[in-house]
Design a protein around this ligand. Sequence first.
Ligand code: ZN
Length: 232
Amino acid sequence: MIVMYHKVDIITPSRWWVSIDKFREQIGLLEKFHFVHLDDYEPSGTSQVIITFDDAYENVYTHAFPVLKKRRIPFEVFIIGDVLGDWNDFDTSEAKTRFCSQWQLQEMAEYGARIQWHTRNHSRLTRLDQAEIEIQLAVPKELTAMFPQPHFRWFAYPYGAHDQHIVAQVRERFAGALSVNNGSPGDRYQINRVTADEDWTPYTETSCSAPTGMHPPFKLTQSRARKELSPR
Ligand SMILES: [Zn+2]
């Protein structure tokens, strides 16, 4: 199962935020499973859990990172390359918050984080022409120099938005790619994730194995099932 977080903080202004206490509780409940990096992900392995953070907000460094570091849990951070250390001005529906700096990413990378790609400026790829798509998918050299392999091997589609044209180009550049809930089971370039919000509780009973291995061995809470929105 692959879990998707965005912001972890004291406040929770929208469903894209999880409180620190809830985050710690959710991670604690997940500890009975095996935390791995995406590179070690085996779709048929129902005991695996992968923690992902989209957008790389500073509150992840401040609040989630210490919890993961203390437990030595591997995790994945999908960055928006052009906004490091900047503010989330493009996301007008969300409370103002800052993105991680390069130095914060470097520190996390020293303690279990793999830095992954989430485009240059969080564009919805399905609306771009070919030249723009290529710009968005290319990781700048200064970042690959700072974070060499095994970083930047995985990609996450902004808003989960992708089509076959986009998938084909991502396939040429990355080892795999993550969507949210509109992926395609069995396709390493359209892997679905579970959105962890404040109401989410990992299903703590015996895990169930789905044939595709792409479905989480966890049950969604009712409140989450009601409000399935596009991810940020
Ligand atoms: Zn995003």
